[in-house]
Structure formats: structure tokens, C-alpha cells
Design a protein around this ligand. Structure first.
Ligand code: HPA
Length: 236
């Protein structure tokens, strides 16, 4: 299977190499290729794009263009529950979409509706969980990801509301990535790294520096897990 890793902050070291530009009907995306593995930097080269400016459609289209069949995406997220402390790794199984201001489909001019009963690939989820078991890395086997437009963090009431609605973690980049992958038939799984507690669950105000610091803290464990999962998926 040809596999891609879609990395957020701190995941760039997993594949070495030069970014190559892939032209798509939605603009360019930048991928590193290493044999049958591809690395896509979600925020662009040098992590410059904020969540609402990411070209999600170009990114996912480019993966299909180069023949990627399965993808593992990583996300830094805030926790909506005390039971999911900082450092928790969550294999997502559902999402709540609170984004409003970004293109979200490949089917703009065509009547086509995509089933979302199981938005995240069963296959990729299973392999992530199996890799965790092999390596003795604890994973939360399920979790519902709430996606906001950002770039601001949430208010106290939003954190309470998202949790009451069934959300487990919150981030700004998970949707429409998962939707687009589903629309064009890429097996797409996601690993969320809890970098902080949501507003009101922690005594400290939240900063991007805290998020970035925590990603670095979790980087080695996550890279081992991803490497193992990539091996499992590649050999399929
Ligand atoms: N909220 C939204 N996005 C995030 C958070 C958060 O608390 N942490 C990391 N990304």
C-alpha cells in the first residue's frame, strides 16, 4: 500500500528529503517522497499557514495524484475532559464540525453526498492500535474531534458546550481534511496528541508556545508509533 503521513507541528523529521511541488486543480501542494512513503506538511513548507488558510483540497488531491491509498494524520489538540490529560494520544473515530469559513468538498458542482458513519478508516485505526500494542504505547482507542475555525482558542462556554455535545478533543485543522480524504477514497486515520487542557480545565491561560512545547515532549513516542504504523500499512 502506498502510504502518506500528514504532519502538523514537530513531525517533519520523520522523512528526510526535498519537498516537491504537486500541481492540482486547487493549487499546489508540497510533498516529500521516500520510496512508497510520502510526507505532507499540513501547514506548508516551513509551517507558515494558519489553519484557516491551509489549502486542504490541494493537499488531499495531491496525495491521490501520486497514488497514495492510506494516510495517517497527526494533530495537536486541546482536551475537553479532565479524563484525557496532557500527553494522551487519541486514535480518532468521529468528529463534530464547527468550521464555517473554508472550502470543504471536492463536490462543489456535482450532486454527490458522502457517507460519514465511519469518517476515519477502520484499517488505519486498527494498525495504529496494533502498533501501540506492539510498542507498549498507551492509546485512547476512540475520540471525537471538534474542529473550530480558529485561529483563536475556545471560550470557557465553548469548551463546556463541546464536551456536553460529545466532543473529546478540540483542534482547528482536522476538518475538512478527513472529509476530503473520504470523498476521494483515501483510507485516512488520525492520531490526536493532547497538548493542553481546554479553557477552564486548566488554571493557566493557553499559548501556542505551550502547545508547541508539548508536541516536542511527545515527539519521540509519536514518531516511533508512526514509524511502526507506516511499516504495517506499507506491507499491506
Ligand atoms: N484548541 C484548539 N486547537 C488546539 C488546541 C486547543 O486547545 N490545542 C492545540 N490545538
Amino acid at each position: 500500500m502506498r502510504v502518506a503521513l500528514i504532519g502538523g507541528t514537530g513531525m517533519g523529521d520523520l522523512l528526510d528529503g526535498e519537498f516537491t511541488e504537486v500541481a492540482t486543480p486547487f493549487g499546489s501542494a508540497f510533498l516529500i517522497e521516500q520510496g512508497d512513503l510520502y510526507f505532507l506538511s499540513r501547514h506548508g513548507r516551513g509551517h507558515k499557514l494558519p489553519p484557516h488558510k491551509i489549502n486542504y483540497r490541494a493537499n488531499i488531491w495531491a496525495l491521490r495524484e501520486v497514488g497514495v491509498q492510506a494516510a495517517i494524520a497527526t494533530f495537536a489538540v486541546g482536551s475537553l475532559r479532565q479524563s484525557l490529560p496532557v500527553g494522551t494520544l487519541v486514535v480518532l473515530d468521529d468528529f463534530l464540525d464547527f468550521t464555517t469559513a473554508r472550502p470543504k468538498t471536492f463536490f462543489d458542482d456535482k450532486v454527490q453526498h458522502t457517507d460519514m458513519t465511519q469518517p476515519y478508516s477502520h484499517l488505519v485505526r486498527e494498525e495504529l492500535l496494533a502498533a501501540g500494542e506492539d510498542l507498549g504505547i498507551m492509546l485512547e482507542a476512540r475520540g471525537c474531534y471538534v474542529c473550530t475555525d480558529g485561529p483563536r482558542y475556545e471560550t470557557l462556554s465553548e469548551v463546556r458546550m463541546f464536551a456536553a455535545l460529545g466532543g473529546d478533543v478540540v483542534g482547528m485543522t482536522g476538518v475538512p481534511e478527513v472529509v476530503l480524504a473520504k470523498e476521494i477514497g483515501i483510507e485516512y486515520g488520525a492520531l490526536a496528541m493532547v497538548t493542553n487542557l481546554g479553557a477552564g480545565l486548566s488554571k493557566e491561560p493557553l499559548s501556542h508556545e505551550e502547545v508547541a512545547r508539548q508536541v516536542v515532549e511527545m515527539q519521540q513516542t509519536v514518531q516511533k508509533l508512526l514509524q511502526k504504523t507506516l511499516e504495517k500499512l506499507s506491507s499491506r
